[in-house]
Design a protein around this ligand. Sequence first.
Ligand SMILES: NC(=O)c1ccc[n+]([C@@H]2O[C@H](COP(=O)([O-])OP(=O)(O)OC[C@H]3O[C@@H](n4cnc5c(N)ncnc54)[C@H](OP(=O)(O)O)[C@@H]3O)[C@@H](O)[C@H]2O)c1
Length: 316
Amino acid sequence: MNTTQFGKQGWTPDRIGSLKGKTYVITGTTSGTGFEAARILLSKGAKVVMLNRNTKKSEDTITALKQELDNDIDVSNIQMDLAAQDSVRKAAEEVLKTVPQIDALLLNAAIAQVPKQTFTVDGFESQMGVNHYGNFLLQGLLYPRIEESNGRIVTVGSMGYNLGIKTVQFDDMNWDKNYSPNSVYSQSKLAQIMTVYELQDRLKKAGKTNVKAYACHPGASRTSLIKTSGGLMTRFVWQLMKWSPFVQSAEKGAYPELMCATEPDLDQSGFYGPTGRNYWTGPVGECKLEPHAKDKPVMERLWEVSEKTTNLKWNI
Ligand SMILES: NC(=O)c1ccc[n+]([C@@H]2O[C@H](COP(=O)([O-])OP(=O)(O)OC[C@H]3O[C@@H](n4cnc5c(N)ncnc54)[C@H](OP(=O)(O)O)[C@@H]3O)[C@@H](O)[C@H]2O)c1
């Protein structure tokens, strides 16, 4: 068994004390790791503001959480579809109006393995549009409140960052020439992770040590990810794999994002997740990050392209 910086067990939510007075904003809590992360944060006394696209599913989620925890938990939903930049802007405006403090923003929601090239309403390839541009815009818009709160931004990436082309395809960001479900998912997850490390550099340059940004991944976890957006064959294969010992529970998949949201003095330069074989399961701690994820010229250019594409100037 691996030993992590948190011992043989790795990081677990037992390390979280009372979260009374803390507020967490989290995307994609209707299933999977997002649901589990919200549940654990609420169970420790935190206030949780969920940003979900489907209002009915959100209401059901709130009912389920209240049934399991307590009727008095402080949980609410603001409707937001990461696939529509207008929706992200509207939701961020609502958050800024109604949520006075953000101790951490957990960028958890994503889609994966979309079988054919499809586009968001803004004309972005869908996996890049939801996973990268949607999240880029959201964190940029909420940044001022996170800064006021001395808060954190936690990005849920994927080991997929290390598959695919391992750089950013700047000359064809919509993948018109060579679309493949897996390569583009990998691209979107690499872009998300690069944004974290570029943000760290920009914060450091601006002397803003009060805001922290973290990148993590949930390993291979039993969630709805492939079922929601993947093609028939990928769904079938994943369905079989899901119950193998190589795949862990959604709850365990939530630990890395919870750790990044709550663990004091966690080194920002790391990439966190399960540390077992292939980084799919195992005790949660720091995982090896391949150098292409911190390729500085690519990170800088991606940031500029993303600001331009989302029509957002981050105010750092
Ligand atoms: N499961 C794994 O093995 C694995 C591996 C590597 C990385 N990850 C990452 O882990 C994170 C959580 O995924 P998961 O595995 O827990 O999957 P999941 O069960 O499918 O949960 C994804 C969540 O994201 C939401 N979502 C999807 N598209 C959205 C949009 N356009 N706007 C707002 N919300 C949206 C979903 O809402 P709906 O209910 O409305 O669909 C759902 O709540 C993702 O970032 C994923 O890339 C997962």
